[in-house]
Design a protein around this ligand. Structure first.
Ligand code: SPD
Length: 342
């Protein structure tokens, strides 16, 4: 009788433990490399008893391709501005339940109501930044001020370009004096030809430039401001310039895919990211700007107004947002394929 009792208790225990394991709460984040730090992830895990799994992509187009191919299971994604509008149009985003995101009020109005989601029904801002040229001032002299330096044969095999179709075609469009968002086939063709002519000089197409800059594998990189800033922390001779012809600015957003298995948990995570002390950790780690003004109180002095994050007014005026080119996207896709295939 005693043995039967022990056996029954063991079975109940097994069922209980098994069930707890089965119900282990998860949050699946799909984002850019180097975008969610361990302390942010672990802080949420500890406080909310959730395991946060992070998977990464290298471009907005990679994210779109995966979602269009039916990838499910992601609770949080971080598309940039123009990709938010594309995902909304494709009906791939869930509407955010603001009741679960009371910290929405911490966001500066400067980063709300942007063209890609005018009422922020689907997105909240995560970071903001620019694209430009990081260069090692100990080697590259005089300091570059134009995209044309990336076509200068003296730097053959010494620089990288972003592996990002809109940004890299955008750099060539700007050099030629055109908009980042041109829908003129002749302008796009000219940019494509410019990039094909540049190819023999390019060491690498790479969207994460930090490590190759630090290692000295390249002396210049077409990159995003945060990556330049991170590289400069380890290699202080790294500088960052936004070329005089203008460049792109971006807001990377946090969104929930329509297919997310855990929407309420994802909203809890978004709310956590918008706490000033947590949001400060995003800037401290990524070196992009914070959209939560009170987060600055938790940032060291050098991150509050750094020139890599906050360009002067005249430079800001030269920046353009990338936008959804609609049906013309296929021409950008095709041009990028031809550039990469050469
Ligand atoms: N290492 C993280 C890079 C994130 C950059 N955002 C991309 C903006 C594209 N327009």
């Amino acid at each position: 009788m005693r043995n039967r009792y022990i056996f029954l208790v063991l079975i109940l225990l097994t069922l209980f433990i098994g069930d707890s394991i089965g119900q282990k709460k998860q949050l699946n984040v799909f984002t850019w490399a180097g975008y969610v730090s361990d302390d942010i992830r672990e802080g949420f895990e500890k406080e909310f008893g959730v395991t946060v799994l992070v998977d990464t992509y290298a471009s907005n187009e990679d994210l779109l391709t995966k979602l269009m191919a039916g990838a499910t299971g992601y609770d949080i994604i971080m598309p940039s501005d123009y990709m938010v509008s594309i995902l909304i149009k494709q009906n791939l985003l869930a509407e955010l339940n603001r009741d679960n995101i009371p910290n929405f009020q911490n966001i500066s109005p400067l980063f709300l109501g942007k063209y890609f989601d005018t009422e922020n029904r689907y997105s909240i801002p995560y970071t903001f930044g620019t694209a430009g040229i990081a260069y090692d001032s100990a080697v590259v002299s005089p300091a570059p001020d134009s995209w044309s330096v990336l076509w200068d044969a003296q730097y053959k095999n010494q620089f990288s370009m972003l592996d990002d179709q809109r940004e890299t075609i955008g750099a060539a469009l700007k050099l030629l004096g055109y908009s980042l968002n041109t829908t003129d086939p002749k302008e796009l063709k000219a940019a494509k030809e410019k990039l094909i002519a540049q190819k023999p000089l390019v060491k690498q197409y790479k969207s994460e430039a930090e490590e190759i800059l630090i290692a000295g594998d390249v002396v210049m990189a077409h990159c995003w401001s945060g990556d330049a800033f991170r590289a400069a922390e380890t290699r202080p001779t790294i500088q960052y310039v936004i070329p005089k012809e203008g460049s792109s600015q971006f807001i990377d957003a946090v969104c929930i895919p329509k297919s997310a298995p855990h929407q309420a948990r994802a909203e809890q995570f978004i709310n956590y990211l918008l706490r000033p002390e947590v949001n400060a950790k995003i800037t401290a780690f990524t070196k992009y700007g914070t959209c939560v003004p009170t987060a600055k109180e938790f940032l060291p002095e050098n991150l509050r107004e750094h020139k890599f994050i906050y360009p002067p007014k005249e430079v800001l005026e030269s920046l353009e947002w990338l936008r959804d080119p609609g049906d013309f996207t296929r021409h950008y896709d095709r041009a990028w394929e031809e550039i990469k295939a050469k």
